[in-house]
Ligand binder design. Structure first.
Ligand SMILES: Nc1ncnc2c1ncn2[C@@H]1O[C@H](COP(=O)(O)OP(=O)(O)OP(=O)(O)O)[C@@H](O)[C@H]1O
Ligand SMILES: [Mg+2]
Length: 257
């Protein structure tokens, strides 16, 4: 399997605090990697560093062999990396369709003029986008696809999370970053959401995913490769079974001897 993404000695500092400390790892095409670590261990900061939301104090990041260190968020998006956020960024009063379409950061290829004088072209484009968004929603369930024009506030927690994933998928990324997608879900919802991730993967076999998750059962089920952080440093890496049998992880993270 070819390497899609590489982090080399990635370092992020906030004043005197080293939030990500010389972190290096590779991601192969079409794989799911789990990023594990206690609160404050630098997981979200790493995603922010990849997506141009915070500056690197050192190191480099590349995708498809191209260096993307220091690029702006929209440039990183253009290189095929999209993400969800730990704290939801959905617009509750907008429709499901609009919330997903926000993920097309390039906007719509038509404007007011097209709407007024090029109505056929406008309509064709819109129908195309409708099909695409409905197709993404259908990955999760037919009933969700039927709610495409309903306001987001009418959806429950798990469906809202699915919409966030669709928003990240509409750009057809090469690498999808998921920041604690199951946070706040009930155990049953978490189970359902695991299946969702596996469906997303089945529909996009070449796309790679990095998932941050505290829910170890979910990690065990979906992640082929795991990386464990503590105080911004990589303390363990390998399969789920490798990392959970690591004495450091057992003692410090799982709280077991
Ligand atoms: N913008 C910021 N300014 C200053 N310090 C920050 C900033 N963002 C994060 N930090 C600090 O960096 C460290 C890593 O935080 P980060 O949010 O990346 O952790 P995390 O592993 O995602 O934790 P959690 O599991 O709670 O989401 C923490 O000590 C945090 O307080
Ligand atoms: Mg976080």
């Amino acid at each position: 399997m070819s390497t899609l993404f590489s982090a080399r000695d990635v370092t992020v500092k906030f004043g005197g605090l080293v939030a990500v400390d010389a972190l290096s790892f590779d991601i192969s095409e079409g794989t799911i990697t789990g990023l594990i670590g206690p609160n404050g261990s630098g997981k979200t900061t790493f995603f922010n560093a990849v997506t141009g939301l915070c500056r690197l104090a050192g190191g480099s990041i590349s995708i498809g062999g191209q260096d993307i260190s220091g690029l702006l968020s929209r440039e990183v998006y253009g290189k095929g990396i999209t993400r969800t956020f730990q704290r939801s960024r959905l617009c509750l009063s907008l429709s499901v369709f609009d919330n997903v379409m926000i993920g097309r950061q390039n906007g719509l290829p038509f404007g007011l003029l097209d709407n007024l004088v090029r109505r056929r072209r406008f309509r064709k484009e819109l129908v195309g986008h409708h099909h695409r968004v409905a197709g993404l929603l259908n990955t999760f369930s037919e009933s969700l696809a039927q709610r495409i024009f309903e306001p987001l506030h009418s959806l429950n927690m798990i469906d809202r999370r699915r919409i966030e994933v669709c928003r990240a998928l509409i750009a057809e990324p090469k690498l999808l970053l998921l920041d604690e997608p199951s946070a706040g879900m009930t155990p049953d919802e978490t189970q359902e959401f695991m299946d969702d991730i596996l469906k997303v993967r089945a529909n996009n076999p070449r796309m790679s995913i990095i998932i941050i998750e505290h829910e170890m059962e979910l990690m065990q089920r979906v992640a082929e490769h795991c990386i464990v952080l503590n105080h911004g440093r990589k303390v363990s890496e390998g399969t789920f079974d490798d990392v959970v049998s690591d004495p450091w992880v057992q003692e410090a993270y799982l709280g077991e001897a």
